[in-house]
Design a binder for this molecule. Structure first.
Ligand code: NAD
Length: 362
């Protein structure tokens, strides 16, 4: 069966890693018809828009997309194309596995964590009041009236909404993911001791939802600052983590660091009937066009995508090929060498070639 899939190459290193991933996915033998659409700086150049409607329409139609990283412009009104895509398509669940691969240098071995980040609200809602604006002053006056608390008049304000609806949706998703993937424990990460009405709500909902999984999945909770320390000291004590948006973003980079860096950390953004697969890393603009960075995070995002479209054999074969190439340590990019200046490090497309070569031998 042919799968029609939207491909958003992205910008910065996006083009290089997306092309490498698409080639590896095709080499599994799965029949894919890519629909190429632009978003990010290339789209801005060609269409005058950072996120053209055609990109969203293509994902809505095909239901599945593979997306390269996109630079967030600084100093424009647009917050982030990435966040805009997730919000426009209600891709509420961000799933980021952090898994050890033999041959990747890291302080830990045998890590197998899954971070489930709420993708639709929290400080990413994009509701902000700029310092000095009349509406900001009005809000400061209103807050003083309602709460008797003072905010300095020269403040900017970002709003952090956390709803029962979105909390229950993501927490149920985390428990269902745990059940389906034979995981044992879900840890709810929060800062409910300080933010009682937002993180407190998230935690209360988690405690309620956990009751439905009693006896099947262990429920655990951790305050986010303590969680960062626990993860770098005892990562093996954790299994699936479920977090509000901002903590999820930060903790997933931390977990990528635990298993050897952003070059190997994949991700998926899932809605009820749509999914966009993308690496955890960004567009690393300083490496643009150098054929230098690691394509593994994008290729492993492709593995998650293959599983999503029920091409499990192809997914397993591609993950195995990646594992073997990394374990051999020969045809790998600079970040997977003991010395990043090692002259035997290969480029992005050569590492993809080695993975394709390995697929042929499996
Ligand atoms: P980044 O993830 O792009 O890069 C940080 C560093 O991580 C790089 O300098 C590099 O040393 C390393 N790195 C990243 N990807 C790598 C790879 N594939 N192989 C080897 N090393 C790799 O983070 P940043 O520099 O903070 O962000 C750059 C831009 O990307 C920003 O505009 C940011 O908003 C955007 N961003 C986009 C996404 C996305 O598209 N989903 C995610 C994060 C950041």
């Amino acid at each position: 069966m042919e799968h029609k899939i939207t491909l958003i190459p992205g910008d910065g290193i996006g083009q290089e890693v997306s092309l490498a991933a698409a080639r590896c996915i095709e080499a599994t033998g799965v029949s894919i018809k890519w629909e190429n659409v632009l978003a990010g700086s290339d789209a801005l150049e060609k269409t005058g828009e950072l996120l053209p409607q055609s990109a969203l329409d293509s994902i809505r139609k095909n239901k599945v997309a593979l997306k390269g990283p996109i630079t967030t412009p600084i100093g424009t009104g647009f917050r982030s194309v990435n966040v805009a895509i997730r919000q426009a398509l209600d891709l509420y669940a961000c799933v980021r596995p952090a898994k050890s691969y033999l041959g990747v240098r890291s302080a830990f071995k045998n890590i197998d964590l899954v971070i489930i980040r709420e993708n639709s609200e929290d400080l990413y809602a994009g509701i902000e009041y700029e310092e000095g604006k009349p509406e900001t002053k009005n809000l400061i006056t209103q807050i003083k009236k309602d709460t008797k608390k003072s905010i300095r008049v020269d403040s900017g304000i970002s709003i952090k909404p956390i709803s029962k609806f979105a909390s229950e949706r993501i927490i149920r998703f985390a428990f269902e993911y745990a059940l389906k993937n034979k995981r044992k424990k879900v840890t709810c990460v929060h800062k409910a001791n300080i933010m009682k009405f937002t993180d407190g709500l998230f935690l209360n909902v988690a405690r309620q939802v956990a009751k439905d999984y009693n006896g099947k999945i262990i429920f655990d909770e951790a305050i986010v600052d303590n969680m960062t320390m626990q993860l770098v000291q005892k990562p093996h004590n954790y299994d699936v983590l479920v977090l509000p948006n901002l903590y999820g973003d930060i903790i997933s980079d931390l977990c990528a660091g635990l298993v050897g860096g952003l070059g190997i950390a994949p991700g998926a953004n899932l809605g009820t009937d749509m999914a966009v697969f993308e690496a955890v890393h960004g567009s690393a603009p300083k490496y643009k066009g150098q054929n230098k960075v690691n394509p593994t995070a994008m290729i492993l995002s492709g593995v998650l995508m293959l599983r999503y479209i029920h091409e499990n054999k192809a997914a397993e074969a591609l993950e195995e090929a990646v594992k073997e190439v990394i374990a051999e340590g020969k045809s790998v990019t600079y970040d997977l060498k003991a010395d990043p200046l090692d002259p035997t490090a290969v480029g992005t497309s050569e590492m993809a070639n080695a993975i394709i070569g390995k697929l042929k031998t499996l």
